[in-house]
Design a binder for this molecule. Structure first.
Ligand SMILES: *Cc1c(COP(=O)(O)O)cnc(C)c1O
Length: 468
């Protein structure tokens, strides 16, 4: 009986052998991809992208062997991937994957654990718990803080803000999980006008509204102005930022936390990438006061360089997050102290702790600090090269983000398009305080000093060729 196509299976031994063969095949292909990815264009050409249509067609009536499926994927989809695991991808804020974490994800695929609770996977839950503790300490968060892994910072923002909602409404005697928001006391929400869209989305999801919040003006680097905070007369939720997505700047956490806490409020930190600055001694001063906040959202898949998808939510007081996220059912009898499904929006979930544990174990404290500091230095070098070539750097390069203008908006747009088309490296565009800019984000462990020089050479060459 044919079992290669997954149609039928006779014995567990056969299943194991077939999966083993398929994983071996995948590992061989994955290894070749990893070896060759640095030699490729960073972004695929349009014809390679168009060829993805070959994977379409009517839903297959009959199955195919795993090896054929894999060959097809590798031949058609691998060339159409973006080379963000190599060293010359500087778009958005996208890291690569450190070797131990990338490899652990292969093992993790074979394990296929459901990390909902200890009853579904003791290994996954324990690894997550250990990894969370290590990350909490690296990020300089209070020892009592608890949290969980989620898919991304957007969902971490949802979870943290749901905890804030619970805590502040509970003070009014309102059980929001039981009664919902209709008729609930008003809770002011305050953000900087540079708030990341993911916080707006999170506020919409939890019923606080995308546009209902009070917006505080920011300074030239996008930092919230403490002097412009509205006078707080009662508990409010204030969302601050550690690492502006354009400039890399930090809101003044120290001063904001003091003012908000004096009024009985809750400070939430969106620290998708910037929070990791706390782990590098030379950058840690940027995060001063962040540990005074009440909740934090950050990513693993950005600066820590673990594979997608991976975000972290942490809260100072465990109770509100637990109250907001717990699940009740007789068959979910979980009397252990920490079971992930009671702490996240998910129940069944990927065992992200495996890769986080592997990344932190392989890097160590020194390795994480070096990764953060090195990428920041690369950003500084980019800024230096571009400035020397006569182009304007629009931000203070305090972290891993560089904003550069090549003159008029039209000219800057033309340079961005030329850089993306050239394929040596990849940078995105943004608008900063009304001006078109190219954004360089150095977030990958794999970026070398040579990658920076090669990329700066290409950008400067293309910019010099752009029409005035
Ligand atoms: C990337 C980013 C987010 C969203 O992170 P996801 O992992 O994409 O959900 C939120 N805030 C900031 C500042 C970011 O840079």
């Amino acid at each position: 009986m044919s079992i290669e196509d997954g149609r039928s299976i006779d014995t567990a031994t056969d299943a194991g052998r077939i999966v083993a063969d398929a994983i071996q095949d995948a590992a061989t292909r994955a290894a070749r991809y990893a070896r060759e990815v640095a030699e490729r264009r960073v972004f695929p050409t349009p014809d390679v992208v168009a060829a993805l249509d070959q994977l379409d067609g009517p839903m297959p009536a009959h199955g195919s062997a795993a090896s054929d499926v894999l060959r097809r994927l590798d031949e058609v989809a691998s060339p159409a991937t973006v080379a963000c695991t190599a060293g010359r991808y500087f778009g958005f804020v996208i890291g690569g994957a450190v070797p131990a974490a990338a490899a652990a994800s292969v093992l993790n695929a074979a394990w296929d654990q459901n990390a909902a609770m200890r009853a579904t996977s003791p290994a996954a839950v324990r690894l997550e718990e250990i990894a969370l503790g290590w990350a909490r300490d690296l990020l300089g968060l209070p020892h009592e803080a608890r949290g969980a892994l989620v898919t991304c910072t957007t969902v971490a923002n949802v979870a943290a803000l749901a905890a804030a909602r619970h805590a502040l409404l509970a003070r009014h005697g309102w059980d929001v999980e039981a009664r919902g928001l209709f008729g609930a006391p008003d809770i002011p929400v305050i953000v900087g006008d540079e708030v990341h869209v993911s916080v707006r989305k999170a506020l919409a999801v939890i019923g606080f509204g995308r546009d209902r919040m009070i917006t505080v003006p920011t300074d030239a680097q996008g930092r919230m102005r403490v002097d412009a905070l509205p006078r707080l007369t009662g508990p409010a939720i204030v969302c601050i930022q550690a690492g502006n997505v354009n400039t890399g700047s930090f809101d003044p956490a120290d001063a904001i936390c003091r003012v908000v806490h004096d009024a009985g409020g809750w400070v939430h930190v969106d620290g998708a990438f910037g929070l990791w600055a706390a782990s590098a001694p030379q950058r840690a001063h940027l995060t001063q006061g962040i540990a005074l906040a009440d909740s934090w959202a950050t990513d693993g898949h950005k600066w820590l360089n673990v594979p997608y998808d991976c975000g972290f939510v942490f809260v100072r007081e465990p109770e509100p997050l637990f109250r907001a996220m717990r699940m009740h059912a007789e068959y979910l009898q979980t009397d252990q102290a920490w079971e992930p499904l009671h702490w996240t929006p998910d129940s069944s979930r990927r065992a992200r702790g495996v890769e986080v544990w592997a990344a932190l174990k392989s890097l160590g404290r020194g390795g994480v600090a070096d990764l953060i500091e090195r990428t920041c230095r690369h950003a500084t070098r980019f800024a230096q090269r571009l400035r020397e070539a006569g182009y304007e750097i629009l931000n203070e390069v305090v972290l891993n983000q560089v904003l550069v203008s090549f003159g008029s908006d039209a000219r800057t747009k033309a340079v961005i398009a030329a850089v993306q088309e050239d394929g040596t490296c990849w940078c995105g565009g943004t608008v900063w305080h009304g001006r078109q800019a190219m954004r360089i984000s150095v977030s990958s462990w794999a970026t070398t000093a040579r990658d920076v020089e090669i990329s700066a050479d290409a950008i400067i060459r293309l910019a010099s060729q752009a029409p005035a």
